[in-house]
Design a protein around this ligand. Structure first.
Ligand code: ATP
Length: 306
């Protein structure tokens, strides 16, 4: 029997991303509604003499196979906290677009925490894993949790959000990624042009009650109308071609569309499975993206599958 453990972990889309002004420490306060969707990475952990990482998948060449990989950093942090050697081989089967605004790296870190915790027999509580996750990055705690959750602070302070039913999503994956820090910098620049980018210049971010009601009621049309991303203008500024992608999905009948997180992946909400297939077909034919993915959500967070 193989002693390895495989953890499946989903990507996210922020159905709301409200960004506050730039704080003195350089961060931005957020009110964001994370939504876990059925695009997954799988991280397999196995005993080894030393820490190593391998990556497979379409975008594997863009993912560092060294200690800077977020999954490797997660394994090293867990080991250090428990005074053990991070003697583990990590293998990442990547299906989440890299640097796509879907938090793939954060997902891999969450999966590595869950996998190594099980492999090393540590038995951390969910709260202990969530605390380590927050040290690794503001999107990592949500990848442990999955479902739908409101993220406050830098996104790491999570409150589960009640949801009815399942929603149909189409994702248009762009060629190449966008750097999250570069998108925040562009957001600040655009805000400065309009009067100010600081905490006193920008309204405090807050969850949209209409969006929360749409999720609670399972109302896809209302959710589509309430989708919002304060980073979208900045992502479009850095990658103007995304406007054509968003238009192609809307013209094809999507009931809502937005840039996912810091982009450049674009997310489209469809009324049902048939509409999702036709939006996907139109996006693929439009030539405005590299690849189209159809999926549903919400789905569970990082889960041991083998
Ligand atoms: P977010 O939405 O959280 O900003 P993202 O989806 O835009 O994230 P990621 O796919 O998480 O971006 O990757 C961002 C960068 O992090 C990559 O360009 C890569 O260099 C680096 N990275 C480190 N570890 C990983 C990993 N395991 N998977 C993907 N990228 C990683």
């Amino acid at each position: 029997m193989s002693p390895s453990i495989t953890v499946r972990v989903p990507a996210k889309v922020n159905v709301q991303l409200a960004v506050g002004g730039r704080r003195a420490d350089g961060y931005h306060g957020l009110a964001t509604v994370f939504f876990a969707v059925g695009l997954y990475d799988e991280v397999t952990v196995a005993p080894a003499d030393r820490l190593s990482v391998t990556v497979e998948g379409t975008d594997a060449q863009h993912v560092p196979a060294d200690p800077s990989n977020l999954a490797a950093r997660a394994a090293a942090l867990l080991a250090a906290r428990h005074g053990i050697e991070p003697s583990v081989r990590l293998h990442i089967a990547k299906d989440v677009p890299v640097a796509g605004g879907m938090a793939g790296g954060s997902a891999d870190a969450a999966a590595a925490l869950v996998g190594c915790d099980a492999l090393w027999g540590i038995g951390s509580s969910p709260a202990e894993l969530a605390a380590l996750a927050a040290e690794l990055g503001s999107d990592v705690p949500f990848a442990l949790l999955g479902g739908v959750a409101l993220g406050e602070g830098r996104g790491e302070l999570l409150t589960p959000v009640p949801v009815s039913g399942s929603f149909h999503w189409v994702f248009a994956v762009a060629d190449g990624g966008l750097s999250t820090p570069a998108v925040y910098t562009e957001c600040d620049r655009l805000r400065s042009l309009r009067g100010g980018a600081g905490e006193d210049d920008v309204p405090a971010p807050a969850a949209d009650p209409a969006l929360l009601a749409a999720l609670r009621d399972g109302d896809a049309v209302a959710l589509g109308a309430a989708l919002g991303n304060d980073l979208q203008a900045a992502a479009l500024g850095l990658r103007p071609s995304l406007a054509a992608t968003l238009r192609a999905g809307s013209d094809a009948g999507a009931i809502g569309s937005l840039v996912s997180g810091s982009g450049p992946t674009c997310a489209f909400l469809a009324k049902g499975a048939e509409d999702a297939a036709s939006v996907a077909g139109a996006l693929a034919a439009s030539g405005t993206c590299r690849e189209v993915r159809v999926t549903e959500g919400p789905v569970s967070g990082a889960t041991v599958v083998g």
